[in-house]
Ligand binder design. Structure first.
Ligand code: FAD
Length: 462
């Protein structure tokens, strides 16, 4: 095979020195020529393994073939059959462990850039107003969807296409879930990309009622018994942050990553014409090593701080995507690895002035298969910081489970639901996404929304 075919067409990115000071998108995506060239690398395997690894089963070879032939509108229509959020997925999906991870070209060379091609097609259809709103006539049945994240939007969109009257109830003032409040602007633009894909779901006929907290404003039992909904899908995510339980976590200047990111992304603290308060400080410690930690760190950097990632294991155990770690390093984030906080120290006014840490070394593997970090005796030291952002994972908020009769949850506070259908312990009530799995990924949440939509359709067609 010729060398050209073995390597991806490189994607253009904003210069790290420039982007460390702005919130503009880091990745600039492919233009037409680049997309056609990259699409021409696809081998069109008889048994495309890439499709088997896509949780929403996009016909990847078919849409890539259309790009190769410069039929971009057709390509968008192929993707729209399976996914309501292609511009989102093309930007944030961990393709390396899904579709691209199975690409045959990846065995000896580099996989086809399926994600970047998906993004190109989605951006093309947005910029050219391609209408993707095909649907069936109304069947008169009502479905309530709780939460407007990727699982809720997918479930709602698929049901609306089948003719259901779907209403999404969203606690926040804007629809999109983590796509609007969590993932930063520089990875996923809100006004152009997310809003447009939410609007596409609305064009299918889905109604979205914001500022409605299910469990407070109205309960699931009331939706079913009093408001005439025939089925319910719960896609309420896992938005409750975890803390370490160390002294000093209540000091001013300690944030959960979710709060810090929400203030920036949803409440636009980074924009001068918004008065959302935020304190990024001069020197920020972000505790944790996942994707959310990278997002919080890169956001704090853009607000002008020196930023340290504090993680108790070594670089090879960092749970964040390699691409995110690479981008963070390029931008100047400092990684303090094998380091664990034991106390946050405050000044006389109750503000953070430092963080006491210990150094760690790796011992035997633990239940997760990763080597367990063990404290090195006598290694305590104080890191001078004025802001600490805790990024240690999240769990589902118990509000819905505690206000819905007969809804079973497990030890991790996740809703118990059947894997293939999303059916919960309550008849007619389905669930999916992070509310069921705990914090996971956009595409897995979409896959769960899709399965539940099929199951709800079967249930209501019986
Ligand atoms: C900072 C951050 C970065 C991430 N980066 C990536 C990434 O790059 N790639 C990736 O694949 N995944 C990423 N993820 C994970 C991904 O975003 C989630 O797995 C995904 O959004 C889960 O979708 P969901 O629909 O289950 O829930 P969510 O997106 O969490 O949406 C749930 C929605 O339900 C609403 N809700 C909750 N309770 C109620 C209630 N009682 N009543 C009404 N509405 C309610 C919430 O307000 C929210 O809007 C990231 C997550 C975070 C936090």
């Amino acid at each position: 095979m010729d060398n050209e075919r073995m390597k991806k067409v490189p994607v253009r990115e904003q210069d790290p020195k420039l982007r460390a000071h702005n919130f503009e998108e880091v990745c600039l995506g492919y233009n037409k020529e680049e997309a056609v060239k990259e699409a021409s690398r696809c081998l069109h395997c008889k048994k495309p393994m890439c499709v088997s690894k896509c949780p929403v089963s996009i016909d990847i070879p078919e849409f890539i073939e259309h790009i190769k032939n410069e039929e971009f509108e057709e390509a968008a229509k192929v993707i729209a059959k399976s996914s309501a959020l292609p511009a989102v997925c093309g930007r944030v999906c961990p393709q390396e462990s899904q579709c691209e991870g199975k690409c045959v070209l990846g065995i000896k060379g580099e996989a086809v850039s399926i994600g970047k091609l998906e993004r190109f097609v989605a951006d093309f259809s947005r910029e050219n107003n391609v209408d993707l709103s095909e649907k069936q006539p109304s069947n008169g049945k009502k479905v309530a969807v709780i939460g407007s994240g990727p699982s809720g939007l997918t479930c709602a969109g698929d049901l609306a296409k089948l003719g259901y009257d779907v209403t999404i109830f969203e606690a926040l003032h804007e629809a999109g879930g983590v796509l609007v409040y969590g993932i930063p602007e520089f990875r996923l633009p809100k006004e152009t990309v997310v809003k447009h894909e939410v609007e596409n779901v609305k064009k299918l006929g889905v109604k979205i009622e914001t500022n409605v907290i299910i469990g407070r404003t109205v309960t699931i039992d009331e939706l079913v018994n009093e408001e005439g909904f025939d089925a319910v899908f719960i896609g309420s995510g896992a938005g409750l942050p975890k803390f370490m339980g160390i002294p000093g976590e209540n000091l001013n200047g300690v944030f959960s990553a979710n709060e810090f990111l929400t203030r920036n992304n949803l409440m636009k603290a980074f924009k001068e014409d918004y008065d959302t308060p935020i304190k990024a400080g001069k020197k920020v410690a972000v505790v944790g090593g996942g994707n959310v930690a990278m997002d919080a760190a890169r956001t704090a950097l853009r607000l002008g701080a020196e930023v340290h990632i504090v993680y108790r294991r070594s670089e090879s155990e960092l749970p964040a995507r390699a691409e995110e770690v690479h981008h963070a390093k390029e931008e100047g984030i400092i990684f303090d690895l094998l380091t664990n906080p034991v106390e946050i120290i405050g000044d006389e006014n109750g503000w953070v002035k430092g963080m006491k840490c210990v150094k760690m070394e790796l011992g035997e593997p633990d239940a997760s298969g990763r080597r367990r970090p063990v404290e090195i005796a006598g290694s305590e030291f104080v890191m001078e910081v004025d802001t600490v952002i805790m990024s240690l994972g999240t769990s589902p908020n118990p509000l819905i489970s505690s206000t819905t009769k007969g809804l079973e949850i497990n030890k991790r506070k996740c809703i118990v639901a059947q894997e293939e259908t999303g059916l919960t312990s309550r008849e007619g009530v389905y669930a999916g996404g992070d509310a069921v799995t705990g914090a996971a990924t956009v595409i897995l949440a979409m896959g769960a929304g899709k399965k539940a939509a099929n199951a709800i359709h079967q249930y209501l067609s019986e």
